[in-house]
Design a protein around this ligand. Structure first.
Ligand code: BEZ
Ligand code: FE
Length: 306
């Protein structure tokens, strides 16, 4: 369509705005801006966006900015709850079969967790309830080779549904730690069986969930980032295959290949590790397979967002 200096119809307006970016020297930026304009105009035309709906959207974006700081990232929560984070992840990380799939990092990752020994417990609050979990396996390369010296950066919520970073008065190293694989690629850590928890719903995203009849719950999972020289970093979850909400995760992060079985173990089980001194426990056996390559994921570098 020819551009007119004074657009008369909505379609002419869209084209006029698109062409205003024609001289952008950065080709990729031009592509992004022109597609953004086409899609956002197309959206407004498709739904017949009213002035009050437009004003209300601006109000929610403003509130999103106000609630966001270096501990809380409401914009990423929008992206997560609209499935965009998982879509970007899928576009960035196409993987051959057999390699452990990635999923969203979420807002509760805090870099520089303490380095812990093989098998060490990351349960650091004495009152932690729930079932102790022995999580073990091997880090393997895509040819099945063991990867020694790989780093597993692990974090999870406790029985109270909260991550340590959500509890200003809690023990900051509770339920988080970094573990290095042994010569045969093996790792083990002591955790608790995770429970489902709601994403933060006291802000604009929560308002959207409530207004649209959606719930804020996530199925139980443990977060892991695995880094190893010569392999692609993977940011992923180990989901409890028995958890509620696997079919309705608030952030669309469940992938069937990431479901894992927590095996119930009795107090007198001979395989009980020293880090679980008493009571019933569960074990989770999960290898993680890495793709050879050096690329790092941008999301891992985004730092603290809780
Ligand atoms: C999480 O798993 O920690 C999470 C992911 C996305 C949004 C909120 C929480
Ligand atoms: Fe989580």
């Amino acid at each position: 369509m020819a551009t007119t200096a004074r657009p008369a119809t909505p379609q002419e307006l869209t084209e006029a705005v698109v062409h205003r970016f024609d001289n952008c020297e950065d080709e990729r930026l031009r592509e992004l801006m022109q597609a953004l304009v086409r899609h956002i105009h197309g959206f407004a035309i498709e739904v017949g966006l009213t002035e009050s709906e437009w004003a209300s959207a601006i109000g929610e974006l403003t509130a999103t900015g106000h609630i966001t700081d270096d501990r809380r990232q409401e914009f990423i929560l929008w992206s997560d709850s609209l499935g965009l984070s998982n879509l970007v992840d899928a576009i960035a990380n196409p993987l051959p079969p057999g390699v452990t799939e990635s999923t969203v990092i979420g807002p509760f990752y805090v870099a520089n967790s303490p380095l812990r020994q093989y098998g060490e417990s990351m349960v650091k609050e004495p009152a932690e309830q729930g079932t102790p979990a022995w999580v073990y396996g091997r880090i393997l390369g895509d040819d099945g080779e063991p990867v020694p010296g790989a780093e597993l950066d692990v974090w999870q919520n406790g029985f109270d549904e909260l991550y340590a970073v959500q509890k200003p008065d809690g023990e900051e190293d509770h339920l988080r730690g970094r573990y290095i694989t042994r010569a045969d690629g093996s790792f083990a850590f002591t955790a608790v069986r995770p429970v489902p928890y709601p994403i933060p719903y006291d802000g604009p995203v929560g308002k959207m969930l409530a207004a649209t009849g959606r719930h804020p719950w996530r199925p139980a999972h443990i977060h892991v980032i695995v880094r190893a020289p010569g392999y692609r970093t993977v940011v992923t979850h180990l989901f409890d295959e028995e958890s509620k909400y696997l079919d309705s995760d608030a952030v669309f992060a469940v992938k069937p290949s990431l479901l894992r079985r927590f095996v119930p173990r009795g107090a007198d089980d001979p395989e009980r590790p020293p880090s679980i001194p008493r009571g019933d426990w569960v074990s989770l056996d999960s290898d993680i397979v890495l793709l050879r390559g050096n690329e790092r994921l941008a999301s891992v570098d985004r730092g603290r967002t809780a």
